[in-house]
Structure formats: C-alpha cells, structure tokens
Design a binder for this molecule. Structure first.
Ligand SMILES: Nc1ncnc2c1ncn2[C@@H]1O[C@H](COP(=O)(O)OP(=O)(O)OP(=O)(O)O)[C@@H](O)[C@H]1O
Ligand SMILES: [Mg+2]
Length: 364
C-alpha cells in the first residue's frame, strides 16, 4: 500500500493535504513503550529498518522494594519520556515533522504506566495529523527478533518467555497468532526472579542468577521438571520454585548458612531444570505443528543456558532458531516502532486513539 493511500484511510488524524511528504513508499514510525518499568522510544523506517532508539530502565528505582511499584513507575515514565524522544530523534538526525506515524503500547501492562505512552503518542499524532496505532506489547516481543533483520519467513513457533508470560505461539503471519501453550502459574521470568530472591540476589534477579549459575553445577541438586510427562504444551513452575524454597528453608532450619558454592549449585540446578522444560516443550510444539523455525523472545530469551540448549537442539533436529539481540529481549521502544510500521503500512490501526488495555490476551 502506498503512503498516500495509507493516510487517506485513517480516521481523524489523517489528512493527506497536511502531510508535507510525498508519495514515496518509505514510512518512518515513532514507537513508545511504557507498559511496565522501562521507558522506550524507537524510530523505525520501512526502507532502512531501525534508525535509532533510546531506553531508560527503572530497575534501580524499584530495587529496594523487591518489585515494581506502579505509582513510581508512572511518575518516572512521565519524567523521562520527552527527553528520550528528543534523544531518539536527534540520534536519527530527523525532526518530528519527518515522522509519518506513531505507535504506542496499548496493553497489557500497568494502567498508569500505559497512560503515559498513550498520552504522549496521541498528542503528537493529533498535532502533527499523522496516524496513530495502539499496539499489543506481546506482539512487539514476538516481532523483536526481526528488529535488525529483513528475514521474515512465516510460519514459525514463538517461545515467549518474559517477566509475566511463558507461552508457545504459532505465528502464521503478523497479527495471526494461535496460542498453543501457556503457564498455569508463575511465568519463567517470575520463577527466575523469585529463585534469585531466595538466593539473596537483588530484583530483578534473572540475569544475576544466570551469572551465579556459571560457577555452579547443574547436576548438584535434582529439581523437578514440571509437566514434561503431560500430553500438552502448558507449563507450571510453582513446583520447581517450591523445591528450591524447601531446600533453602531446610538449610536455615539446620542453622547452616549456604556457602557460595551451595548458592551457585542451586542457581545452576534451577537453571538447568527450567531450561530443560522450556526446550523440551518447544521441541514438542515444533514436532506437533510440523514447524521448522523457532523464534525466542522476552527477557528470559537472553539466558545463555537456554540459548545453548536450543542451539544444540536446532543442530540435532534440523530446525532454525532466531533470537532478538540481547538488548531487545527485555522491553524497548524499537519493537513497538517496528510493530507500528507493520500495522500502519497495512492500515491496521485498531480502535479509536487514546485507549489503553491493561488486561489484553494476545489472541483477542
Ligand atoms: N539472562 C537472563 N536469564 C534469565 N532471566 C532473565 C535474563 N535477563 C532477563 N531475565 C528476566 O526477564 C524478565 C524481564 O523480561 P521482560 O522485560 O521481557 O518482561 P516484562 O516486560 O516485565 O514482562 P511481560 O512482557 O510479560 O509483561 C525478568 O523476569 C528478568 O529477570
Ligand atoms: Mg515485556
């Protein structure tokens, strides 16, 4: 679809006469992410790919509380979002006048945090009279491995492993998703974070636990691999977490302090168990659906033990595995700009602008 046609099918924000740019097929999209504790801004061009992005993580702000404090998160998004936008524009060496469309995370996420991105995005779109799309955060994660590559072969299987989700999704095309498996309790990232906390590591502990695990043995403790014997593609990690809790409690009841080696062994054994489950269920889904491509996304997708096992399995079972660059595994504005470009180029804008959806299943 050509730029002129795209602008003409879009509701109140679109007015081809006021858009100063011509009929060329390039579109430059500005994307905003503010669903949880990262403020992200990305600029994506249909012709050139990602031009720039800026990001602020609130990890330090929430660290003392052991988790995200929603009100603090919203205030911090508000404090950062304009400067991050200026940085992204100046890094891209363009001005707001050269932006053809806007995308923002409409949900799921924290309501107050989502409102910040929605307000800024729709205000700019309104004043500049350009299209605006409110997009799905998880859809952004699903497409994140394509931020730096044009290679996009459908269909594929996505293993989405983030702080709030553990899902296996068959992706037939952009916007066509079939949920094959989901977690029944904790998400993989949540299980990493809770286990890290038990080992005395600061929030969010996933990456730190993984570092600690490098000094330990994955065979030191025999932790359960939940639901592997069941004939479905769902996950459950609460039993695994309880096994670690029991082990840590037992040693404190016996008044033993966990040595550095014990902690590293627990971390390594936990990581070995959870990655075994993630790999095994992914292989089962690939076989069941006769798919030859696996795309991993979400923060836990940065885990090196998981990547190593999946790479090994890819070689043994002849399928291809794609990952986002490490910096785009966790939340960022680049994936939202990319997703916005896909939506806006196809004239798919979703409901009326200025709308958030804190609870929003991907398949709806
Ligand atoms: N190297 C790593 N190993 C394991 N876990 C990791 C690693 N790096 C990050 N994580 C985990 O990834 C999670 C954050 O990922 P992400 O930002 O994708 O989640 P989220 O945006 O909070 O959740 P959602 O997208 O489901 O709403 C945290 O739980 C964090 O501990
Ligand atoms: Mg996320």
């Amino acid at each position: 679809m050509r730029k002129g046609e795209i602008l003409s099918i879009i509701g109140i924000f679109a007015n081809p006469q006021v858009n100063p740019r011509g009929e060329d097929s390039n579109l430059i999209i500005l994307g905003f992410e503010s669903s949880c504790d990262e403020t992200g801004v990305g600029i994506y061009s249909i012709n050139q790919g990602l031009i720039s992005h800026s990001l602020h993580s609130q990890i330090q702000l929430h660290e003392n509380y052991g988790g995200v404090v929603p009100e603090l998160a919203s205030r911090d998004h508000l404090k950062r979002i304009i400067n991050l936008t200026k940085t992204a524009l100046s890094d891209a060496k363009i001005t707001l006048d050269e932006i053809d469309g806007i995308a923002y995370t409409r949900g799921p996420g924290l309501a107050g945090a989502l409102l910040v991105g929605a307000s800024v995005a729709t205000s700019i779109a309104y004043t500049k009279r350009i299209p605006c799309a409110g997009v799905h955060h998880l859809e952004g994660h699903i497409l994140s491995p394509f931020i730096n590559t044009e290679k996009r072969d459908f269909p594929f299987l996505t293993l989405l492993v983030s702080g709030g989700h553990t899902q296996l999704i068959e992706v037939k095309a952009v916007g066509e998703y079939l949920l094959l498996g989901d977690t029944r309790d904790d998400a993989a990232g949540e299980a990493f974070d809770k286990t890290a906390k038990l080992l005395g590591l600061p929030y969010p502990g996933g990456a730190k636990l993984s570092e600690l695990a490098k000094n330990g043995s994955g065979q030191a403790y025999e932790f359960p691999r939940p639901m592997l014997d069941q004939d479905n593609l769902d996950f459950s990690f609460s039993g695994l977490k309880t096994a670690v809790v029991n082990l840590v409690n037992k040693s404190s009841e016996e008044r033993k302090t966990l040595s550095e080696t014990n902690r590293a062994d627990i971390a390594a054994s936990f990581e070995d168990a959870i990655t075994d489950v993630l790999v095994s269920k992914s292989l089962k889904a690939l076989r069941t659906k006769h798919l030859k491509r696996l795309v991993v996304s979400g923060g836990v997708g940065a885990n090196s033990a998981l990547r190593k096992k999946l790479d090994q399995a890819s070689e043994n079972e002849d399928f291809e595995t794609l990952y986002p660059p490490i910096e785009f595994c966790t939340d960022n504005g680049a994936m939202i700009a990319l997703l916005g470009a896909e939506k806006i180029k196809n004239g798919v804008l979703g409901p009326a602008p200025f709308d958030i959806k804190p609870r929003w299943p991907l398949t709806q």
